[in-house]
Structure formats: C-alpha cells, structure tokens
Design a protein around this ligand. Structure first.
Ligand SMILES: [Zn+2]
Length: 182
C-alpha cells in the first residue's frame, strides 16, 4: 500500500478545505445536516461527492455494486432510516453510471458462487429490456428506474418517507454529465 500517496492526498485535502473555509473542520465536528441520501454504485469512477462537487457534510451515502435497493439489506435499511428520521434529508437520490460492471455482469449472465446472490437482484431489475437490440445504457437506465420503484416500496420509505422526493440520475463516465432518470 502506498501510504505516502494517501498521506499526501490527505494533506492536500486539509489545505484545500482550510482555504475554502477556515472554520470548515470546526463546523464538521458539530454534526451533519446533509441535504441528500444517495444510493450509488461502488464503482471507483462514480463517487457522488466528487461528481457533484459536494463538500463533506452534503450527502449521506450508501454504496453497493450496481446501486441496488434490496429490502432486506440491513445496511441500506439503517442508513435510509437514519438519513430520513434523524438527519431529515430533503431528497433521496439513486445514482447509476454508464459502463456499470454489475449491470453488464448480470446482463451477460455471469455465474459464480460469490457473485450470484447479488447479481440475481440486478438481473431482476434489468428484465424487460430487449436483450438483442438494446445498448448497455438501456440496461443501466432500466436498473435505475426499477430502483426508484424499489425504494418507494421500501418498508422504511413507506413508513417515514412521505413527502421526500426520490430522484434517479445516470452519470455518464464518458462526458461527466448527469442524465435525470424518472
Ligand atoms: Zn457500477
């Protein structure tokens, strides 16, 4: 592990934050009031804070492969509950991205004992797309659309989500732009 590189990155972060706002870390330690709960793919290229130029404290983020809303995923459940009930986020965002390896693996029907349980969720969420004629982005869009439905149907959202909007977004790796998905 290249500790030096990580340390240099951390120092650069501290310097930049202090330049932007001298009291930044004093504010951070007081607590968090993020505007958004974000469910994003784990892919290293689609970090929500980075692509939205958001400072720490803006987004409460949960990430997994192919941004799946799985109702019995305890980690998602507690994050969602905490974000809505305690932090009072203003919106929930599902963030997918082009070239999603999780979606492509599900599309291709990869079979592997370690991957199958999760890919089965992804497979369910890309059903209905024309396997022969659709391009990869159509599968990614379909996955995001279904996550919007799954999130609206999540027990926590049904219980305490009234009035909190859910929005979908597709991050285009090739341009950096966001496409809203309804
Ligand atoms: Zn992905």
């Amino acid at each position: 592990m290249d500790r030096k590189k990580l340390e240099q990155g951390n120092e650069a972060f501290i310097t930049k934050m202090k330049e932007i706002r001298p009291d930044f870390f004093d504010e951070l330690k007081k607590g968090q009031t993020p505007d958004y709960f974000v469910l994003a793919c784990s892919d290293s290229r689609s970090d929500p804070d980075t692509i939205f130029s958001a400072l720490p404290g803006t987004m409460f983020v949960h990430r997994n492969v192919a941004n799946q809303v799985v109702h019995d995923d305890e980690s998602l459940t507690i994050g969602l509950y905490y974000a809505m009930r305690v932090l009072h986020v203003k919106a929930l965002l599902i963030l997918g991205h082009t070239g999603c390896g999780g979606v492509m693996a599900a599309r291709q029907g990869l079979a592997n004992e370690f991957l199958d349980p999760w890919l089965d969720h992804v497979k369910e969420n890309i059903q209905g797309v024309d396997q022969l004629n659709a391009d990869d982005n159509q599968f990614v869009r379909q996955n995001i659309r279904n996550q919007l439905v799954n999130l609206k149907d999540h027990p926590v959202y049904r219980d305490i989500g009234k009035g909190i909007p859910i929005v979908g977004a597709l991050f285009h790796l090739e341009t950096g732009q966001i496409e809203w998905i309804d």
